[in-house]
Design a protein around this ligand. Structure first.
Ligand SMILES: Cc1ncc(COP(=O)(O)O)c(C=O)c1O
Length: 314
């Protein structure tokens, strides 16, 4: 017996691939939904898959403390806190913005899972990542630090496997996949894992301080090396549906969230998946996604944010 926690797979896989007949009829294009909102870990989401790999890496390196960062309502931070609780690891979160008067949604869950939280006062991702590095350096080699969204080759590797999982669920590869881009790690993993003819439309919901047009291909290349994939990758396709700033409420996302709820009882969120669905709708309406196409909407979770005080007006 070892006194270190054994690795446990955190996500429940494979996630379902569902037809969305009423949404498809509404949009005039065949939409399937890859249900990564059902990955199981603490209300699910894409980050559970990444954490399977990241926390295995942390444990293999002998770390007992995980440090990461994100916006105040970060889903990645919520799932990291949950994973640490499950594996018996210490979790330190540096969250964006000032401490709220009242905890709601993801912040409430972060505390429930026993994470130690510092509110950075700033929403700037560069500043937040700097604080993570400082904290990790102060602790030393038992600390494992993860950037915003877990966007490292180890984290993105999870989406190479997710790409294989999707292809195994379909008779033919889809024409398009639509996905929300935050850090871009999920998109990078998909590019590394998919055949190049599958077009991945990333909907930029945050405009991070580094351009995704550079960071995603760079990360995809490193991830492909790690996964020993040698096939040429598809091109990077991105559309901006961020609105004025990250987590700002846009009318098109509000409409998209309502449409998914009223046609498929599908819960999207104001920050990521609502904007991704708005991007899918816009791409169909503009003709960028062809009417005879099969589109996989990759549901990355995030509906916990619907219960955040800051989205009470949503
Ligand atoms: C619900 C949800 N969807 C999509 C994303 C974006 O994923 P990535 O950071 O890998 O681009 C995130 C990131 O936190 C998320 O929480």
């Amino acid at each position: 017996m070892t006194d270190k926690p054994a690795f446990v797979p955190l996500s429940i896989l494979p996630t379902p691939l569902d037809e969305a007949p009423r949404l498809s009829a509404e949009l005039g294009v065949r939409v399937l939904v890859k249900r990564d909102d059902l990955t199981g870990l603490a209300m699910g989401g894409n980050k559970a898959r990444k954490l399977d790999f990241l926390l295995k890496d942390a444990i293999d390196k002998g770390c007992d403390t995980i440090i990461t960062t994100g916006g105040q309502q970060s889903n990645f931070c919520r799932m990291t806190a949950a994973a640490c609780a499950k594996l018996g690891l210490r979790c330190i979160l540096i969250l964006g913005g000032d401490e709220p008067d009242h905890d709601s949604a993801n912040v409430l869950l972060d505390r429930l899972f026993g994470a130690e939280i510092t509110f950075a006062g700033s929403e700037d991702w560069g500043v937040l990542q700097g604080l993570v590095k400082e904290r990790a350096a102060a602790i030393g080699e038992t600390a494992y630090d993860m950037p915003v969204g877990g966007a490292t080759p180890v984290g993105a590797l999870a989406y190479v496997h997710a790409a294989d999982e999707l292809l195994s669920q379909m008779a033919q590869p889809p024409d398009w996949i639509v996905i929300a881009d935050g850090s871009g790690g999920t998109h990078a993993g998909l590019l590394a894992g998919l055949p190049r003819e599958v077009r991945v439309l990333g909907i930029d919901v945050s405009r991070p301080p580094w351009p995704l047009t550079e960071s995603i291909p760079r990360l995809a290349k490193k991830t492909a090396v790690l996964a020993a994939r040698t096939e040429p990758m598809g091109e990077l396709i991105i559309a901006d549906h961020c609105g004025p700033h990250y987590a700002s409420i846009t009318e098109e996302a509000r409409d998209a969230v309502r449409l998914a709820a009223t046609t498929e009882a599908l819960l999207l969120d104001p920050v990521y998946t609502g904007k991704a669905m708005a991007g899918l709708i816009a791409a169909v309406r503009s003709g960028r996604i062809e009417r005879d196409a099969t589109v996989v909407f990759w549901h990355t979770g995030g509906a916990v944010a619907l219960f955040a005080d800051e989205f009470a007006e949503f």
